[in-house]
Design a protein around this ligand. Structure first.
Ligand code: UD1
Ligand code: MG
Length: 455
C-alpha cells in the first residue's frame, strides 16, 4: 500500500462556540498538543503523502498551527459553512491533483490513530470506491447511522433525517472516510443540499457511490478513538483517555511510576531506560528524559532535555529551553529557563537559573538568583566549569563567572569574575566581643526599674 499516493483533507473550520471560548475549537489542547495537532500527526506523511487543511475565515492562528506541525500542508479557507461535503470541496484544487487515495478526517477527533488511516486505505485495495469508519455508539443520538444491507454499506442517515427504525441503529459514522482517488471528485461534485438542514452532507457520498454501481465498505473501530470534541467536558474526557494511554505506554516502555494516575504526560514525552517518576509530576510538551533519571514529586517540566541520571525535585520547575547534562542535581524550589547545565552541576535548593550556561560540576548554592531581566531585556549569565556560587548570591546579567571561581555568600555580582578568583561583595563583618551579654543585662535592668516588658 505504501506505493499508493494519498491526500488527507482535514476539516478544521469549526468554531469554538460550544467550548465557550474565543479560541478556535481545534486549537484547544489535550496531552500537550492541539486537537488539530494530534490529527495532523496521525495523518499519513512522507513520500507520496500530501495534506490539505480546510479552515474557517479569519483563522490565521489555525493556519499557523498547521505550518508549525506540517509545513508541507496546504491550507484552504471555507468562507461559508455549508456542510461537510462543501468543506471538502474547498480543497478542490488539491483533490484535483488526483492522489490514489483521498482521506477525509475531522480536526476535532484527537484520538484517531495512524493505524486507522491505514485500515481505511487498505479497504480500498479490493476495489471499493469508499471506505467509511464506523463505531458502535453507547448513545447514538446525533450521529449519522450506517445502514448496512447484506454486508454492504448502502447509506448514512443523519439523525434529523432518520426514521425511528433507522434511529435504533447503533453503528454510527465516525466522520472519517477514504475515497478511491479515481472517482472521488466525481462523487463529491454530485452531492446536493436536499436535506432538512440544506447542507451539503459528505455522508450522501454513499448513496452516490451506489448509484454509480460502485461499492462502499465499513471499517469499525472503538468509540474512544473517534471522540469528537465540542465542549470542555468532552475535552476533559479525551484528556483522561489519552493520559491513560500515555501512562500505559510509558509503563510498558519500562518507566517506573509509583502512582501513574497522578502523573501527566504529553504525547511527545520521550523516555530513556530505567526512568523513575514519583507521584504528582506534570510533564508538558517537548520533554525528553534520559536513562536512569529520577523525577521527584511535584515537579513541572516543559520543553526541556533531562540528561542521564539526573535527579530533579521534589518541587522543581523546569521551563522551556532547559538542558540538563548527565548527573545534574536539581533540588527543591529550583526554577530553570533557557539554561544549559553541563554534567554534574548541582543546584540543590531555592534558586532561579534563567538565560544561562553553567559549566560542568559547578555548584550553585541555596537561594542563588540569576538576575536576567532589567525590565526591558533579558541578559545571559555564564558560569564556568567547577565554579562555586555561595548561597544567597545575586548574579546580575550580563555577567561571566570564570572556571573554578568562588563567589562569597550573599554577594551581588555585577562584574565579570576571572577564573579561579574569589569575588565577595558585602560589607566587612564587625565583631564586638561581649556585646550581647551587655545588651541582655541592660535590658533586664531597664525592665526591673520600669516594670514594663521589653520594647
Ligand atoms: C458529522 C457527520 C455524521 C457523523 C458525525 C461524527 C455529516 C453530514 N455528518 O455530523 O454522520 O456521525 O459527524 O462526529 O458529515 N465542518 C466544516 N465545514 C462545514 C461543516 C462542518 O469544516 O461547513 C467540519 C466541522 O468543523 C467538524 C466536521 O466538519 O470538524 C463535522 O461537522 P459537524 O457539524 O460537527 O457534523 P456533525 O453534525 O457532528
Ligand atoms: Mg460534530
Amino acid at each position: 500500500m505504501a506505493s499508493r499516493s494519498s491526500l488527507t483533507v482535514v476539516l478544521a473550520a469549526g468554531e469554538g462556540t460550544r467550548m465557550r471560548s474565543k479560541l478556535p475549537k481545534v486549537l484547544h489542547t489535550v496531552a500537550g498538543q492541539t486537537l488539530l495537532g494530534h490529527v495532523l500527526l496521525a495523518a499519513p506523511r512522507g513520500e507520496g503523502a500530501s495534506l490539505a487543511v480546510v479552515v474557517g475565515p479569519d483563522h490565521q492562528a489555525v493556519i499557523d498551527e498547521v505550518r508549525r506541525i506540517r509545513p508541507d500542508a496546504s491550507t484552504f479557507v471555507q468562507r461559508e459553512r455549508k456542510g461537510t461535503a462543501h468543506a471538502v470541496l474547498a480543497a478542490r484544487e488539491a483533490i484535483a491533483k488526483g492522489a490514489d487515495d483521498l482521506l477525509i478526517v475531522f480536526g476535532d477527533t484527537p484520538l484517531v490513530t495512524s493505524g486507522t488511516f491505514e485500515r481505511l486505505r487498505d479497504a480500498l485495495k479490493d476495489g471499493a470506491a469508499l471506505a467509511v469508519l464506523g463505531f458502535r455508539a453507547a448513545d447514538p443520538t446525533g450521529y449519522g447511522r450506517l445502514l448496512v444491507e447484506n454486508g454492504e454499506l448502502v447509506a448514512i442517515r443523519e439523525q434529523a433525517d432518520a426514521s425511528d427504525a433507522e434511529r435504533a441503529v447503533t453503528l454510527c459514522n465516525a466522520g472519517m472516510m477514504a475515497f478511491s482517488g479515481r472517482t472521488a471528485l466525481q462523487i463529491l461534485e454530485q452531492i446536493g443540499d436536499g436535506n432538512s438542514k440544506k447542507e451539503y452532507y459528505l455522508t450522501d457520498a454513499v448513496g452516490i457511490v451506489r448509484k454509480l454501481g460502485l461499492r462502499a465498505a465499513v471499517i469499525e473501530t472503538g468509540e474512544d478513538e473517534v471522540r469528537g470534541i465540542n465542549t470542555k467536558t468532552q475535552l476533559a474526557e479525551a484528556e483522561a483517555v489519552l493520559q491513560a494511554q500515555l501512562r500505559r505506554a510509558a509503563l510498558d516502555a519500562g518507566v517506573t511510576m509509583i502512582a501513574p494516575e497522578t502523573v501527566f504526560l504529553s504525547r511527545d514525552t520521550a523516555f530513556g531506560s530505567d526512568v523513575t517518576i514519583e507521584p504528582f509530576v506534570v510533564i508538558g510538551p517537548g520533554v525528553s528524559i534520559g536513562d536512569g533519571a529520577v523525577i521527584h514529586s511535584f515537579s513541572h517540566i516543559v520543553q526541556a532535555q533531562i540528561g542521564r541520571n539526573v535527579s530533579l525535585g521534589p518541587y522543581a520547575r523546569i521551563r522551556p529551553g532547559t538542558s540538563l547534562g548527565e548527573g545534574v542535581r536539581i533540588g527543591n524550589f529550583v526554577e530553570t529557563k533557557a539554561a544549559t547545565l553541563e554534567e554534574g552541576v548541582k543546584v540543590n535548593h531555592l534558586s532561579y537559573v534563567g538565560d544561562a550556561q553553567v559549566g560542568a560540576n559547578a555548584n550553585i548554592g541555596a537561594g542563588t538568583i540569576l538576575c536576567n531581566y532589567d525590565g526591558f531585556d533579558k541578559h545571559r549569565t555564564e558560569i564556568g566549569t567547577g565554579a562555586f556560587v555561595g548561597s544567597n548570591s545575586s548574579l546580575v546579567a550580563p555577567v561571566k563567572i570564570g572556571a573554578g571561581a568562588y563567589i562569597g555568600s550573599g554577594s551581588v555580582i555585577t562584574r565579570d569574575v576571572p577564573d579561579d578568583a574569589l569575588a565577595v561583595e558585602r560589607s566587612e563583618q564587625t565583631v564586638r566581643p561581649g556585646w550581647a551579654q551587655r545588651y541582655r543585662e541592660h535590658k533586664a535592668e531597664t525592665k526591673k526599674q520600669t516594670g514594663k516588658p521589653k520594647g
